[in-house]
Design a protein around this ligand. Structure first.
Ligand code: NAP
Length: 302
């Protein structure tokens, strides 16, 4: 059996086209566009390339995008003042602070200073609480879990009554996706188990999963024999396992592997996400969707 590939690269294009069409329609009718500010402190290369991709995507969709590059020497007070400025700016619907921040700045204090109604990353405690309550309380689901749920739904995988097993309990992936899948409503209604490093017999849990979501950060953790035949496997893991020379650019690039032994797993699963090109492209896509939603909440359209 060869599993159906759930490609994040294709689903991203579908969703971005939908967002762009909606942005144009709202702009034509109401003269407003979604506004997103990205705050980057310092010059961490990974953060810089991630932020560049966010800006490019926002520009392509016709958003108003403001890039705030700040030196690593910025004080916590000045960063808080910058957030306050954008909290009060009516043309800005989403504020994103790129992590990590320098050691002299308290991440929690900064993230908690963002107006929860502009917290398009969905990390503010108010949005975590809204997500836990579920239904119409939810404003912004965190982007990676939102992307995972969207992929499952768009791949046509039945979630109602499904056994979902989530490997990993982080605040950014494991816990929120488990919480989302257990809610009452479309794309959810599942029976959910979360497993982690203290779980006894990881294999036995994974084996009963109709939908197996793996976010551990351990290359090849999930063995093919742990996969139920026909299951949907979502591999969130992105692990650098070496370097190779790119055929396109001639430069050294990272070799990436997921948390699942993909080649063997695809012969057993019903559907599976590749790494790279699976969950990865969905995160920025859902950030854009959250920013559009934020504007629609403000306009009373949602
Ligand atoms: P994290 O904060 O390090 O959490 C990893 C979780 O996996 C922890 O709960 C840990 O358990 C569990 N775990 C680790 N090793 C395990 C093992 N051998 N058996 C069972 N459970 C194990 O990681 P994260 O931020 O959630 O990220 C997970 C992976 O997803 C990483 O590879 C990351 O790069 C990737 N990721 C990708 C995207 C994207 O594609 N857009 C976004 C976010 C993350 P304990 O709690 O017991 O330690």
């Amino acid at each position: 059996m060869t599993a159906k590939l759930i490609k994040g690269t294709d689903i991203r294009e579908e969703i971005l086209e939908e967002i762009a069409a909606e942005v144009k329609e709202i702009k034509d009718k109401k003269g407003v566009v979604p506004g997103l500010v990205t705050i980057l402190v310092g010059e961490d290369p990974a953060s810089m390339s991630y932020v560049t991709l966010k800006i490019k995507t926002a520009d392509r969709l016709g958003f108003k995008e403001i890039q705030e590059n700040q030196p690593t020497t910025i004080s916590e007070a000045d960063l808080l003042a910058l957030i306050d400025k954008y909290n009060k700016d009516d043309s800005i619907h989403g504020i994103l602070v790129q992590l990590p921040l320098p050691d002299h700045i308290d991440d929690k204090k900064i993230l908690n200073a963002i107006d929860p109604d502009k917290d398009v990353d969905g990390f503010h405690p108010v949005n975590v609480g809204r997500l836990m309550i579920g239904g119409s309380e939810v404003k912004f689901a965190p982007c990676t879990p939102a992307g995972i749920q969207e992929m499952i739904v768009r791949a046509g995988v039945e979630t109602s009554g499904a056994e979902v097993v989530v490997v990993g309990r982080s605040n950014i992936v494991g816990k929120p996706i488990a919480n989302m899948m257990v809610q009452k409503g479309p794309g959810a209604n599942a029976t959910v188990t979360i497993v982690h490093t203290r779980t006894k017999d990881l294999a036995s849990h994974c084996k009963r999963a109709d939908i197996l979501i793996v976010a551990a950060g351990v290359p090849g953790l999930v063995k093919p024999e742990w996969i139920k035949p026909g299951a949907c496997v979502i591999d969130v893991g992105v692990n650098r396992v070496g370097e190779k020379v790119s055929e396109k650019t001639g430069k050294n690039v990272a070799i990436l592997r997921g948390d699942v032994d993909f080649d063997a797993a695809k012969e057993i699963a019903g559907s599976i996400t590749p790494v790279p090109g699976g969950v990865g492209p969905m995160t920025i896509t859902m950030l854009m969707k959250n920013t559009l939603s934020s504007m629609k909440y403000k306009l009373g359209m949602m």
